[in-house]
Design a protein around this ligand. Sequence first.
Ligand code: ADE
Length: 265
Amino acid sequence: MKFVVLTIFPEMFASFWEYGIIRKAIETEKILASTLNIRDFAEDRHQVTDDRPYGGGSGMVMKPEPLAAAIRAAEQKAPSAPKILLTPQGRGFNQKIAHELAAFEELVFVCGRYEGVDDRIDHDLIDDEISIGDYVLTGGELAAMVIIDAVTRQIPGTLGGEDAAEKDSFADGLLEHAHYTRPHVFEGKAVPDILLSGHHEKIDNWRLESALMRTLMKRADLLQKKDLGAKEIRILKKWSRRIEDILKSYHRAHGERREGTEKKS
Ligand code: ADE
């Protein structure tokens, strides 16, 4: 995978390429990463990349000429790449889009700065617009890093285990199961026995149950969207019966008071 990033702050990426899985992916040539400085494509003496907005108002707009020239230079470096503008107005980034982008051989990221880029750039030179969330950053650079990081994990061979990305949270519509490492007991809390049993089927079942419970507790919205399998429904039913039993014994112990029927004092 070749990543080309267009930015007025290429230095922001210097350390990003230098650590962890991204660094290893570069070293093993799973990814090829480079930046183009948009400023280098400005033709004036001061290499200006912004200007005041037509119609007035506060803030500056990214000038179209240097950006267009930079995008055309990126097309030379990565001819098959979709050109992706990072903007809060783009489609919301998620694991599905990370997977989708990982299928390309090349990707070009265009990092906007200031109040935004001249609209004529959006329409003519950009193939996709992506946002990493409903908040406004000072530029697209952090968003490009987020996306490059998530996409790199999807490239086979970049993670330790062969199928590690398939087990990531969201990969199958669930959050990932709980993880434990040594020591066996930490501050009085022991690792669940089943994980020490060596029984792979039971461990897989436990992990599915853990993933389902975590998703239910932390992101119930994901469960509502998910196409549940028979095994998953069985686990959820088991837990719903347990919750019903807990509530029944609670009501037995405290009388038949139900939610909303308490007397106000
Ligand atoms: N640039 C500024 N804010 C952004 C966001 N939320 N996502 C992507 N690019 C941005």
